[in-house]
Design a protein around this ligand. Structure first.
Ligand code: ZN
Length: 396
């Protein structure tokens, strides 16, 4: 490797650690990367000079000697993150370290087309950037409730949105004049939880994402995401559970997502366009207030029974150490009593389920935007100096 390539790799490695941990000391960097102190000092100085990080003297003092300054992510350099859904286009600006610094949910009274999604997204990103003039938007990541070709951000199929073979990343990149990447929402939720949330430190992890467009999934094996041949692995929402069950958007009958739909929970609590945090709060309150045969309680219990059937199969197949439930599935978990929680994997093979812990997503309603932002950060972090040769979002 030539000196230039080695330096790029080291700059990227330093920035990646700062990003993952939301800030680290120089001493941490020296230990983690196996480089000497002067090399770390030099790499940090380059990243400071290019506006990626700041050095702050706020690290806790440990041991003898001078305290090691904390290398913190710059809070002015951001990416835009987008999650188009059936009834809302959710747009945020996300800084290094996975912090959402601005967010707007644009409510819709109809399912958006790709062209509308592109136009609304571009306008909302510009508005958010104009309201925070100190930030510099560098790239965009989109979390799509459907199958997306990673290479070019083409939506192959988003059944609930009615999108089929639609280019998405390309027209949005054109509209905003910056790099845009897109991927499946559940894969990105999985990534966000694995990096910053309930999946940190998991070895083999199953992630189930419940959203308005159904249930998706992500799979991490030995700490690495498993995407399948073309990026479409993990579609746990289409596990077939009941051949005589309701028709699913995929065309089959009795899939998990057809048996445990988010809108049935939303209807049970009577909200309109709730985000996941609002749904969860309302559902927990309704279940606590109701008698045993109340509408919310009955629906929660019914969905938990189907979730248990799905998890039995998934746990037996994958032997995970962690299951993370996101979206309305996290709300189900929060509403469940001890017996219901235990029942979720009670029928799995004892050996396969022995080391499993089940956790609700820790990032709540923010997980998909944080995951979408990860996609946008990938290329910037891979080569932080070269990335700055492309202009940031232009005022217009
Ligand atoms: Zn299906």
């Amino acid at each position: 490797m030539d000196a230039g390539a080695l330096r790029r790799r080291n700059l990227s490695a330093v920035l990646e650690l700062v990003h993952r941990h939301g800030g680290v000391t120089r001493a941490d960097l020296t230990r983690a990367l196996g480089l000497n102190r002067s090399t770390i000092g030099d790499l940090v100085a380059v990243l400071v000079e290019h506006g990626w990080v700041d050095e702050r003297d706020d690290a806790p003092r440990s041991g003898v000697g001078r305290p090691s300054p904390r290398v913190a992510p710059s809070d002015t350099r951001v990416v835009a993150a987008v999650n188009p859904e059936l009834d809302v286009i959710d747009v945020g600006l996300v800084s290094l370290g996975g912090q959402i610094v601005a967010r707007r949910r644009v409510a819709l009274d109809h399912v958006p087309s790709v062209a509308e999604t592109v136009a609304i997204t571009a306008q909302t990103v510009r508005e958010l950037a104009a309201e925070a003039p100190h930030v510099e938007v560098r790239a965009v990541g989109v979390a799509v409730p459907g199958l997306v070709r990673r290479r070019d951000g083409q939506v192959r199929l988003a059944p609930h949105l009615g999108w089929r073979e639609e280019p998405l990343a390309a027209p949005l990149a054109e509209a905003l004049g910056m790099p845009v990447s897109a991927s499946n929402d559940a894969h990105l939720g999985c990534r966000a939880e694995q990096t910053f949330g309930a999946g940190v430190g998991a070895g083999t992890m199953l992630y189930l994402n419940g959203g308005p467009s159904g249930i998706g999934g992500g799979l991490v094996v030995d700490g690495r995401p498993m995407d399948g041949t073309a990026g479409y692995a993990g579609e746990l929402g289409h596990l077939g559970l009941d051949p005589a069950g309701p028709l699913c958007a995929c065309g089959a009958r009795g899939c998990l997502e057809a048996l445990a739909p988010r809108d049935a929970l939303v209807a049970a609590v009577g909200l309109e366009h709730p985000d996941d945090d609002a749904l969860e709060e309302a559902l927990v309150a309704a279940v606590a207030a109701e008698d045993a045969d109340g509408a919310a309680r009955t629906e929660v219990a019914r969905q938990l029974r189907w979730l248990a059937v799905a998890l039995r199969g998934a746990v037996n197949f994958v032997n995970p150490d962690r299951i993370v439930l996101g979206g309305h599935l996290a709300a189900l978990w929060r509403c469940a009593d001890e017996a219901q929680r235990a029942s979720l994997i009670a029928d799995a093979l004892p050996a396969s389920a022995a080391e499993v812990t089940i956790e609700p997503a820790a990032l709540g309603a923010q997980r998909l935007l944080i995951g979408a932002a990860e996609l946008a950060w990938d290329e910037l972090i891979a080569d932080p100096i070269d990335a700055l040769t492309t202009p940031a979002l232009a005022e217009a």
